[in-house]
Design a protein. Sequence first.
Length: 629
Amino acid sequence: MKSQPSEPGPDPVSRDPAAPSAGTESPPRPLSALAEPVRGRLAVAVGLQTVAALAGVMPFIAVSQIAGRLTPGGSSADGDALWPLVVLACAAGLLALVCGTAAGALAHVADNDLQLTLRRRLARHIGRLPLGRLTDRGTGEVKQAVQDDVSALHTLFAHTLLDVVAVVTAPVLALAYLFTVDWRLALVGVVPLLLGVFLFSRAMAGAAAQMTEFGAALGRISGAAVEFAAGIAVFKSFGRGRKAHERFVDATEGFADFFSRWVRTTLVSSTAAVLVVAPAMVLLLLSVVGAVFVTQDWMTGAALVPFLLLGPAVAAPMGVVGPRIQQIRAGQAAAERITELLHTPTLPEPATPALPDGHHVSMRGVSFSYDGQTDVLSDIDLDLEPGTVTALVGPSGSGKSTLASLLPRFHDVTAGTVTLGGADLRDIPATELYRRVGFVLQDVRLLRASVTDNIRLGRPDATDEEVERCARAARIHDRVKALPDGYATELGTAVTLSGGEAQRLSIARALLADAPVLVLDEATAYADPHSEALIQDALSALAAGRTLLVIAHRLSTIRSADRIVVLEDGRVTEQGRHDDLLAAQGRYATLWQAQLTAQPDRTDGVPRRLPAPTAADRAADEIREGSAR
Ligand code: ADP
């Protein structure tokens, strides 16, 4: 009976936000736009809940009527005449139960479908985002949208919406009835309501701004938690366990500070509001004033009964309005974040696809800006000849990572062109590009899967022999063999690899993928000299015969690169071979001297270099022969 969630055709949210929407002045608000696929069912649920809330008041009205007729001076003491009221009360109670249950069930079914639809849309959209966009946003933020924000919408649509309908509808009917009984005492009953509204609005004043900060603070915790969980193995393997949770602790402390400030500023007025509308207080007020009315003969004792039964229900819902308003605001903020993520431009697929002819990489007049204002790369001309190693060096922040990230199209250039085999990267279909351009990043992500599956990500149809050959060349085979289940060992559960081991595993993955062009972010720190030597061997195997662009953090490892490119402030200031650049006594020579002074133990050229020493070359040849077959 449950219908499949409809995947909306033309997506109301993912349309170009700049495009004018036909017939309407302003674009739909994020919340209502997101709820569009289930709007009909939510409307029916609201209707059912309204009926339930109104029917829920009827038994009280019927009991008041019965009380009125039974008391001396009442209109009827005839028991038979009371039966219709009893039946009415029972029928109304039953109706309230049935409609309330149906409303809840319908809202949950609608919400369930909405969650599924939204998560599918988010997953589809995130899959099409430029990789650079994802690393910018951070996995925590993406997790917040896909998990927390979608859950906030669940609270809103499946619970808050119906609660609000109930707390607004029932008091309106109760109050209307009380006015028909005695308008003066009804007015007295309104006083706590008005006072409650006043105090609550004071407590809620400025809450909109606070909610934004609330969401941001939660986002920071979420981001730090993901970072903490993802990075703990690496941090620990480098003996920096404390560093791993510093950001998380900072984020939680920041949140606690913010929250206690928020609570302090609203505590008095919100507590007063809760007290004023509490049923006991309202009952006390109506009893005292009602007693005065009765003793003064302004009303009968029987007329007081409905006030005592229904009066507390008029103001009491105010007590739950505060949290409900917060849930609505949280839902709106969640909808805005989801919408923003869905509006993040996807990597445009080429209208007229082009395929590269060869693997020569050429950058011409390349500039790039993250914010559209400041260029972090300016007017770069660079050629990467097939089969050569090009190293990017320069001070931190000079643009090395940004320049390298343009090659696997983490970002598109702001000006100029990057071509591979003569084709503009923007014209090469994404799958074709990733077959040709691989990357090994410092921050290695391993899946919670077997070692084999982790390596096989590089080429899903690779045989076990090919996986093992690449693992050997990447100098990780012996370590894998020592694991409890060898290549079948699940990573991330019983076994956690060190940072260096994870990097070698990712090198095996890249070897298997066998992309002819490779971007490599050389790790900044290795656990120990043995690990460093193994990684250098693995990298050498990777370098052999490929076009390699290395982000070099230590100059000693790239002395034999075919070309060293010095970047400063986003511009190429020098390029050439190591010896020529040293002889030129320019910026590279200064950097080299500085690093020699900082790391005297690396001065004599002992560190292994790219390209490969012969053993690794042989291993790489072996793989090539294997894959050439
Ligand atoms: P390097 O790799 O040489 O250390 P980067 O390419 O990382 O340099 O950074 C170059 C400049 O771009 C720096 O000023 C840095 O702050 C800025 N930058 C890097 N990544 C981002 C980003 N995702 N968003 C905005 N600015 C960035």
